[in-house]
Design a protein around this ligand. Sequence first.
Ligand SMILES: O=P(O)(O)OC[C@H]1O[C@H](OP(=O)(O)OP(=O)(O)O)[C@H](O)[C@@H]1O
Ligand SMILES: Nc1ncnc2[nH]cnc12
Length: 170
Amino acid sequence: MDLKTFIRDIEDFPRQGVVFKDITPLLANAKAIRYTLDRLVEMVGVHGVDKVVGMESRGFFFGPLLAQRLNAGFVPVRKPNKLPSEKISQTYDLEYGTDTLDMHSDAILAGEKVLVHDDVLATGGTAKATCNLVERLGGEIVQCNFLIELDFLKGRDKLGETPVKALLNY
Ligand SMILES: O=P(O)(O)OC[C@H]1O[C@H](OP(=O)(O)OP(=O)(O)O)[C@H](O)[C@@H]1O
Ligand SMILES: Nc1ncnc2[nH]cnc12
């Protein structure tokens, strides 16, 4: 199955000059969802993942499905003022200005093996901030795993030694 046929380019969204990779056609097709999930599971290739961490909001589409297939728990990383219990926060740089992500303080136990999942790796700011949150709680990141990598933005350079994998590259 050619998954790229289920990903739509939307020009100038959310702002002028950005070509947005829209995965909603993929999400609307049952066979494409199953095929994507099977490929993501194959791509993990590591045993004993304890937690899958997914970033708000598009990391929530496949993150819990992946966690279920890996027999792992799912941990949401959320935008500010969404998590109700004690949390840790990480600020990161965007193209313009900064943003913050939160994770519950008890979401990861020291020594747990963690897979970080999101739909798109662009500049890598979101993934880097998420890795920092996991590591601050003592988690060991075994892989950062994406549906789509935008190669020209060099996001993987920000992630240093962490293994980075993507199903589709543009
Ligand atoms: O590598 P980066 O440059 O950090 O960009 C990647 C992030 O951007 C998108 O999320 P967005 O912030 O648009 O939020 P959304 O998932 O709620 O749409 C995408 O889902 C990733 O989380
Ligand atoms: N071009 C893009 N398409 C979809 N999601 C993104 N997140 C950051 N850049 C993106």
